[in-house]
Design a protein around this ligand. Structure first.
Ligand code: ASP
Length: 323
């Protein structure tokens, strides 16, 4: 008999309608399990109620606490895998933090729902059943943290929520999904490269700035004057930014902040190709680090992890080069 622990954090999957017609996360893990329709033969379930909140309300210390909870379950000889039920809004971020910080080969599987538990066509029960099957599957060992949703299995480092309401919202741009659950059978088509980092927590206060065509440097200048520890810029294309950004990056770096350049493109990697004010070459010369293939929201989390571990600029450059 396999044993899977379900760590419940809230989100739509644990939500219902209130009398004022808003949707609130108010269900615990036992309630979620009670909705399962398909038999999960050979798999015993255990519930750990961690939180009951919308994922938009989570913060980095809470996510770090969750990492510790998941790790503790995985360390048990009688636990074969963990499923984390979580809101979809920030699922790709919490899953990515788990992927960065958890070294165990046992499966860690995130899932949730787009239709809350009081809706007749809620997608929660099917997603939980699929997630549990992945968490119990020997073939899923060594994949790192994954997201299982609408039958698809995605690597935490490449998955994104792409639609505000549809049940097939999760997609992996670039290399695509890892596999799928079909008729209760887990299929894996490719295995991602794993990258696990030292866990000293997550530095709070790394800011994320998304410029548009012709944006000013006002937010960057504010970050420089307030001494933020790090800034991720979601730049254009290969990693180019509006005029004046290289100067602002240089002021930030000289003030002791780390600056990481990601791209707003869903696929491809940053590269110092273009010069001038403020092409990627100029940003690099000003002291910026490039995020490679990592999207900006995940680059922010990796920078938070690396800074908590005391990494210097060279170590941060090497870490991002692994993506
Ligand atoms: N819309 C979200 C969800 O699917 C709310 C949240 O992220 O908690 O769960």
């Amino acid at each position: 008999m396999k044993r899977v622990v379900i760590v419940s954090t809230g989100g739509t999957i644990a939500s219902g309608k209130t009398s004022d017609h808003s949707v609130i996360a108010d269900r615990n893990g036992a309630t979620l399990i009670a909705t399962l329709q398909d038999p999960l033969d050979g798999i015993a379930l255990e519930v750990d109620d961690f939180r009951s909140v919308g994922s938009y309300a989570l913060d980095l210390p809470t996510v770090h606490q969750l990492v510790g909870v998941v790790r503790a379950h995985l360390a048990r000889a009688d636990c074969d895998g963990v499923v984390v039920t979580h809101g979809t809004d920030t699922m790709e971020e919490t899953a990515f933090v788990c992927d960065l910080l958890i070294a165990s080969d046992k499966p860690v599987v995130f899932t949730g729902a787009q239709r809350h538990a009081d809706m007749p066509n809620t997608d929660g029960p099917r997603n939980i059943a699929d997630a549990v099957r992945v968490a119990a599957a020997p073939i899923a060992c060594g994949l790192g943290t994954v997201v299982v949703f609408e039958g698809d299995i995605h690597a935490a480092c490449s998955v994104s929520k792409t639609h505000t309401s549809r049940v097939d919202t999760f997609r992996s741009a670039g290399y695509g999904k890892l596999g799928e659950v079909d008729n209760a059978v887990v299929h894996i088509g490719r295995r991602p490269q794993r990258r696990v980092f030292a866990d000293m927590g997550l530095v709070e206060g790394v800011e994320l700035i998304k410029p548009g065509l012709g944006s000013t440097t006002a937010y960057l200048d504010f970050c420089a004057s307030s001494g933020v520890p790090g800034v991720v810029i979601e730049a254009f294309g290969r990693g180019n930014a509006p005029r004046g950004y290289a100067g602002a990056v240089s002021r930030l770096v000289n003030g002791g902040s780390h600056v990481v350049i990601a791209s707003r493109c869903a696929e491809g990697r940053t590269l110092s190709v273009y010069g001038g004010d403020s092409g990627a070459t100029t940003l690099g010369a000003a002291g910026a680090i490039f995020a490679g293939e990592l999207p900006a929201i995940k680059a922010r989390l990796l920078l938070s992890v690396l800074m908590a571990a005391g990494a210097d600029k060279n170590a941060i450059v090497r870490a991002f080069a692994r993506f």
